[in-house]
Design a protein around this ligand. Structure first.
Ligand code: F6R
Length: 364
């Protein structure tokens, strides 16, 4: 069943271009030039805020969605990990759209948070991989993420499938709310159609990542930095590395570096920077310089233009293809996953069944 791959995780990483295609097939017209996603009873002009609740990797998908909803649809988003949300008993302002995100659809805390929200939220939408799951059944609208069966405990294709589903939902909200005109929507949909091809390209740079990962695997601690919509990818990259290689890793917003984590930087501690070229890249260059000035080694995962702008002194670079800004968080999941995968291989851990972890967390 591993289709020639050594591990389910690598098979599932490789499936991502196909999975994203399946998501777009489900929620866009065959030409990809219009949105067909149906959310019965959800009127985005009446939504005043979105509340997203999830755990782990699904929570990080929700964090990317927060950046997108706020930027493109001008909708404020509150995001919570389910275990905090359920006991905090948060108030629900009128017009709250509650969104629960879960691969398994059975995560105990997420389900409890959904049950708490029932009767308080204006509408309950879930993003789930299984339409038969408890979370799907108890939502007003269950939106399938079309990832297919995910066997590896460390989630990969479910993450990018959640993001691909969210991106369509965000564009739908932006158009309905009058925040995006038809021409801009057409451009953004063109961006989406580039994603599967760009993901295949990203998967093909596996060899470079595996070399870098073998070096990273010798460290005890690893920092991941990202800014803006790439901040959640820094968190996800660190989580993936922790889960399967047992290296200690921390993800931070680049701008937070000098507020604490820079104290960890020395020549033994690599800093992985996930930063495609964007309007904020110059700020990221100064963050990298701060790391390098303290003897820290920077692994920069970026595109050719930004790598050139970063200048000398960077320990290692991974050159990603140029990509439209909207889809960068989805694309950069791949090098984050491959880095963790190859670090785990270098450490000789059980990639698909990491110690202490379960695929579905149905107890609190
Ligand atoms: C990470 C991972 C976990 C899950 C989390 C939520 O690789 O697998 O962090 O993402 O337990 O699970 P679901 O999405 O099933 O609710």
């Amino acid at each position: 069943e591993k289709a020639g791959y050594k591990h389910f995780m690598m098979k599932e990483i490789a499936e991502q271009p196909t999975v994203v295609d399946a998501v777009f097939d489900a929620y866009l017209t065959p030409d990809g030039d219009a949105i067909t996603m149906d959310l019965p009873g959800v009127d985005f002009t009446k939504v005043s805020r979105v509340s997203i609740v999830a755990c782990g990797t699904a929570y990080y998908a929700g964090l990317v969605a927060k950046y997108w909803f706020e930027r493109y649809a001008r909708l404020p988003v509150d995001l919570d990990v389910a275990s905090e949300f359920r006991y905090r008993e948060p108030p629900f302002p009128d017009g709250t759209l509650s969104v629960f995100v879960s691969q398994s659809g059975e995560t105990a805390d997420t389900l409890a948070a959904l049950r708490y929200s029932d009767g308080k939220a204006a509408k309950i939408v879930s993003l789930v991989n299984s339409p038969e799951s408890s979370i799907a059944r108890e939502s007003d609208v269950a939106v399938a993420i079309h990832a297919g069966v995910e066997v590896s405990v460390a989630s990969t294709k479910a993450f990018t499938a959640m993001l691909a589903t969210f991106v369509v939902m965000v564009l739908k909200a932006a158009v309905e709310r009058g925040e995006m005109d038809a021409d801009t929507l057409a451009e953004r949909l063109t961006d989406l159609r580039k994603l599967p091809g760009l993901m295949s390209h990203a998967i093909s740079i596996d060899g470079e990542l595996s070399k870098a990962a073998r070096k990273v695997a010798q460290a005890h601690d690893v920092l991941f930095l990202g800014r803006g919509q790439m901040f959640p990818l820094a968190l996800e990259g660190a989580l993936k590395l922790k889960e399967i290689s047992y290296l200690h890793a921390e993800g931070y917003a680049s701008g937070e570096l000098k507020h604490g984590p820079i104290a960890l930087v020395d020549k033994e501690t690599p800093t992985v920077v996930l930063a495609p070229h964007d309007g904020l890249f110059e700020k990221t260059v100064s963050n990298m310089q701060e790391v390098m000035a303290r003897g820290g080694r920077v692994l920069l995962i970026s595109d050719a233009r930004a790598i050139a702008q970063a200048g000398g002194g960077v320990w290692r670079t991974i050159t990603m293809p140029d990509a439209p800004e909207l889809i960068q968080p989805i694309l950069y999941a791949i090098p984050a996953q491959l880095l963790a995968y190859h670090a785990a291989i270098a450490k000789g851990t059980d990639v698909d069944q990491p110690r202490n972890l379960a695929k579905s967390v149905t107890v609190e």
